[in-house]
Design a protein around this ligand. Sequence first.
Ligand SMILES: Cc1cc2nc3c(=O)[nH]c(=O)nc-3n(C[C@H](O)[C@H](O)[C@H](O)COP(=O)(O)OP(=O)(O)OC[C@H]3O[C@@H](n4cnc5c(N)ncnc54)[C@H](O)[C@@H]3O)c2cc1C
Length: 362
Amino acid sequence: MCWKGSEKQVIVIGAGIIGASIAWHLTKAGARVTVVSTSGAGGVATPNSFAWINASWGNPETYFRLRIRAMAEWKRLANELPGLPFAKCGGLCFDLPADKLEAYAAEHSSWGYGIERIGREQAGRIEPNLAELPEFALYVAEEGVAEPVATTKALLANAERRGARIVTGTVDTLALSNGKVTGVVVSGESIAADEVVIAAGAGAAAIAATAGVKLLVETPPGLIVHSRPYKKLLNGLVLADRLHMRQTAEGRIIAGSDFGGGEPGENPQADAHALFETMKAMLHGADGLELDFHTIGYRPTPADGFPIVSRAGGVGGLYIAVTHSGITLAPAVGLFAAREILDGERDALLAPYGADRFLSNP
Ligand SMILES: Cc1cc2nc3c(=O)[nH]c(=O)nc-3n(C[C@H](O)[C@H](O)[C@H](O)COP(=O)(O)OP(=O)(O)OC[C@H]3O[C@@H](n4cnc5c(N)ncnc54)[C@H](O)[C@@H]3O)c2cc1C
């Protein structure tokens, strides 16, 4: 990878999975990169993620195309960075009534998603420890997971070895000159750059506003329970109607009322205990399984539910990357953003995801 603008100096704000992927792809292409983040390597939403990599139901075809490309980019990234905690472990899905599962399978198969219709016996072979097997389920072998913090840290550590600078600090404002962003101000000190990337998740809108750029980003909460590390009970992702669960590389079984975690109620502790008990009851051999902790994460979600990955029109030197499903999308967002920043080449899959679409909204 050696691109036209590869001598550029770029500041990436954010050290979650999106900032880390962009920083890594930019550094690999030869750019001189500084990552600035309040959190340090790992991010804010990223550590609280369920981390299911998928192009599953509920999305229009244009967004499906971006997601499935991102799934392919995970394989490329894992080849380029051996040891990355990415696993194509497969997803067993029965979280919809049978007619809706059928409709999803028919639509997504016609789009090229590798969905297998399976019955009870086969479901039992895929996940032998499920206490209640579904009569009918869908299995997507291409779905997977990436342990989010370990992946983010690996990307940043590798970027650092390639010359990137990682700075812990909070960006107060973007520095502007003649309608162009020229750097950032961190605790009163300016750092100059040719380009600045806002990959700051829930913090993105406030930073963009300092350059007069309006972003609409919501942050729905999601509760995930984590068991203590335990013997292997699950082979892959289980997307059941009552909850979604998987076992992490560390051996923890994690679950949410769905992958996004679901709204915590008035008493998250009680919700976590109830969810954990539901999860235990769904597994054979889980008698010794103990709840270790729960997390409440806030998913950075642009107001229309789709990613923002683009330059900010009207303000030079500024690129924005804010999205939910950031674990799924990270390798594609990193690759496409680096190409656009360094080469000016915008991938066609990003066409619907410009920052400017919010400008006309009140
Ligand atoms: C409960 C839950 C479940 C999820 N499940 C899935 C899933 O199954 N599959 C999937 O693909 N996605 C999932 N997601 C979404 C995914 O985790 C996020 O889209 C992704 O982590 C966002 O990464 P990010 O790097 O943009 O943000 P973050 O990880 O939040 O990182 C933002 C970074 O910006 C920094 N920052 C912010 N403001 C400033 C500032 N002013 N100055 C300096 N630094 C700043 C922060 O310190 C941090 O480093 C889930 C999220 C949650 C919460």
